[in-house]
Design a protein around this ligand. Structure first.
Ligand SMILES: Nc1ncnc2c1ncn2[C@@H]1O[C@H](COP(=O)(O)OP(=O)(O)OP(=O)(O)O)[C@@H](O)[C@H]1O
Ligand SMILES: [Mg+2]
Length: 401
């Protein structure tokens, strides 16, 4: 189902705070970071509500998703987007310009812009820097430029990612710290891992220290009401009450896809039992199967990946010690074969490719989605209590932490 519930009030409020910050919103000048769990609608909100609203208010918006290609250098993904925007605006019949003219009240030049930049080497050593490109963009177009980086935590843990953040900080300072700048450069980052996004803002050596970090506002009762209205003709007498449906949505981690699955199950359910009685039962079953679906991806990566993943899950925070002698001996014991450091490296690469774990910094790894981590921890605890022969969660935790 591709019905989008538009969050216009939220988008308009956020866009106003970003483009016309009041006295208490000045920290947004250093960047806004929004974090929330997986599949709660972060990207949908950015694409369908926030970006159109920012554009309507006359900003130029660039968007890059660092999960689009997990193995790519984040800087390349972002530079491609900046280059594309500059090339589009510089073209004789700019599509972006026509669109902006149609939706905003911007006074834009009739013809395309002329950027005196060499875009071929944008962001490369000896070439135009990101700061120069963004300054030129703001100066020519004479409006605010917003850069949105989805899954921004992927800049953590690599030199390239760190360099990119500093390049963005340089751009921000170059543009915004000039008296009478014709527009500002505004940075928005979103991510699926609250702690990691938070780290971008609080860590002393990070470029965005002092920026604002907020939890992504999850969908609310109004969305559930919208879904009930949309599904009523199909659910008929199995339509639950708003209170029960909203409680289900909360239980399912505020994830629209899960609510839809629950409604689908209701539609197929025994009609002699009232919807409000059945929905909580369906929700319980779904919660178990959702965690299992994510974890099924893990099974496809093989036994060692699964062992390494469990070890990461056992620790409260990001963990190191995945390559220690003790760890290698545990993996070998569990799999009944010798396991080398290289094997563990390959397993970690496979886990990162599958977006199940991410490297935080040198040698420390964390599960990408805290919900999946919890599901795995539950599974491990359950197994440990079920068969005393298996290593206890506590034991793995002691070693991993
Ligand atoms: N406002 C909305 N109205 C209807 N459906 C929505 C809305 N927001 C999200 N969804 C649905 O929820 C699912 C997840 O949305 P989305 O990809 O935006 O979430 P996300 O938080 O960016 O996820 P990820 O962690 O995978 O990046 C999608 O199927 C999307 O269609
Ligand atoms: Mg997303």
């Amino acid at each position: 189902m591709s019905l989008t519930y538009h969050r216009t009030v939220l988008a308009s409020d956020m866009a106003r705070q970003l483009l016309q910050p009041g006295a208490l919103e000045q920290t947004l000048q250093s960047g806004l970071f929004l974090s929330g769990p997986r599949r709660v609608g972060k990207t949908t909100f950015l694409k369908f509500d926030l970006i159109p609203e920012l554009e309507r208010r006359g900003a130029i918006v660039m968007y890059a998703d660092l999960w689009a290609q997990p193995q790519a250098n984040p800087a390349d993904l972002l530079i491609t987007e900046v280059r594309r925007t500059l090339e589009d605006l510089g073209a004789p019949h700019s599509a972006l310009l026509s669109r902006l003219k149609a939706i905003s009240h911007l006074e834009l030049a009739a013809a395309g812009f002329k950027f005196g930049l060499n875009l071929d080497k944008l962001g490369k050593p000896g070439g135009t820097t990101l700061a120069e490109a963004i300054t030129e963009l703001v100066d020519q177009v004479r409006t605010d430029v917003v850069l949105i980086v989805d899954e921004v935590q992927h800049t953590l843990g690599t030199q390239q990612g760190g360099d990119l953040l500093f390049a963005l900080k340089a751009a921000r300072e170059r543009v915004n710290m000039r008296p009478g700048t014709p527009g500002r450069f505004i940075f928005i980052g979103t991510g699926s891992h609250r702690a990691q996004v938070q780290e971008l803002v609080i860590r002393g050596n990070q470029a965005f220290q002092g920026a604002e970090s907020r939890p992504f506002p999850v969908l609310g009762e109004d969305y559930v009401q919208f879904m009930l209205d949309q599904s009523r003709s199909q659910l008929q007498e199995m339509t639950p009450s708003l209170g029960v449906a909203f409680a289900a949505f909360q239980q399912l981690g505020y994830k629209p896809e899960e609510l839809i699955k629950a409604f689908q199950a209701l539609r197929a359910a025994d009609r002699s039992v009232p919807a409000d009685t059945q929905l909580p039962i369906i929700v319980n079953a779904l919660k178990v199967s959702t965690g299992n679906i994510e974890l099924a991806r893990l099974d496809q990566l093989g036994g060692l990946a699964s062992e390494v993943f469990s070890r990461i899950c056992a620790a409260q925070d990001a963990t190191k010690g995945l390559f220690s002698a003790r760890a290698l001996s545990d993996y070998s014991h569990a799999l009944g074969r010798d396991v080398s450091v290289t094997d563990v490296q390959s397993a970690l690469l496979a886990l990162s490719d599958a977006n199940l774990v991410m490297r935080k910094d040198h040698g420390r790894y964390e599960v990408t989605d805290p919900f999946v981590k919890q599901a795995r921890r539950d599974q491990l605890l359950y197994r440990a209590s079920d068969s005393p022969g298996l290593p206890e969660l506590g034991e793995a935790r002691r070693d991993a932490e």
